[in-house]
Design a protein around this ligand. Sequence first.
Ligand code: SF4
Length: 474
Amino acid sequence: MQTPSIRHHCALFGIWGHDDATALTHLGLYALQHRGQEGAGIVTTNGEHLLRHAGLGLVNEVFNAVNLNKIRGRVAIGHCRYSTTGSCTEKNVQPLLFSYAGGQVAIAHNGNLINAALLRQNYEKVGHIFQTTSDTEVIIHLLAKPAHQSKEKPLNHVLNHLQGAYSLLLLFPDRMVAVRDPLGFRPLCLGTMEDGAIVVASETKAFDMIDATYLRDVEPGEIVTIDDKGIRSRRFGGDTGTRGAACIFEQIYFADPSSKVFGENVHMVRAAMGRKLAQESGVEADLVVPVPNAAQCAAVGYAHEADIPLGRAFTTSYFSGRSFIMPTQAGRDLAVKMKLSVIKEAIEGKRLVVVEDSVVRGTTTRGKIGALREAGAKEIHLRVASPPIRHACYFGIDFPNPKKLIANTRSVDEIRRYLQVDSLHYLSHEGMLSCVKMDPQKYCTACFSGDYPIDVSEPVEKFALERGQLRMFT
Ligand code: SF4
């Protein structure tokens, strides 16, 4: 279940050179819907012009046979959005489409630019008019700047001005361009289809949906240009040395378990985290139960390692609609109840190990634990397959204000008492990093460790662009 207090960011999908590019992009976005549910859009090209359809809502609410037919093309890019900068309004739905001196361009972005408000202020001072309140639009203003247009490779100069997290897809009438920021915060991968079409997606789950084959990740600091001549690659942003910033939360929670992210399968990483957690925090129990759905993979690993049967304590309602943000605690409790029902007979009188992927505010976890107690669980031992989240994310994950993070001010024992569990263990930081294959230096773990991979001394909060001012994240 999507936890109401963390929300996903965005999904990108693009395809070059297929007669059904528009329909396949629709399918690709459908496969990536878990990454953003506020809005969706597709832009296609007929070789001369770009065509766009986008709207608020889920992929299957935004698109239908009629509007997809109107934007049919052999090339398309698509986006599912959850807003991490700028509010959820129609004008912010991506891909954004613009005309500038160089022609038309569409852009789709996953991540968050931490210097967007500053760049925008500078442009507004000299008369630029912005059409959206999304951080992404500033990239197009940079691209249109005559000083950048006169360069041999304008995009390299544009990207050198950006700070923060960005995986991008740009569509021009004659080419598609995929970009990953120099630290590689967000995933982006390249694939191919049997007929030679080239595909780009945030996660390989989209490739599986359309029978495409994964080729490789777009590398951090790489610009990949795709057109009828094939794929060309160039670098930007200089050498970051051994440092990278792939978001470890993709492995813990965001990405789909079937996907390959940062070079390895997400389910296998989560199962390894569950095994490690069992090694670090063994306890006598009758049953291991995941809190659905993101903790299922970690629970499999935990149960296997601890040699305790894996069971089911909850059923999930697939008909309660989208997860939604409730402004009050009562509303959040109701949202949890609408999504989850406890299977009383499965847990009554049992000692449970309850596996969670992460604990953010703690309020929803407390609700679930309370429901298990009410249903007659004898003991509840909570095991969290990630370390305590103590710090804000400025790179595209919408954690609440740090003061609302339960681990920001409370000790583990204080959290245990608040959650009303018999014991509580989090996966250690070292344990978490031991479960991924990539060099730990290449991962961002800032929300756990406070070790930010780039300077965030002047972070900008989500609605700064709407208020027309820079505000510190408080
Ligand atoms: S701070 Fe946390 S959620 Fe944000 S990019 Fe880093 S690891 Fe991911």
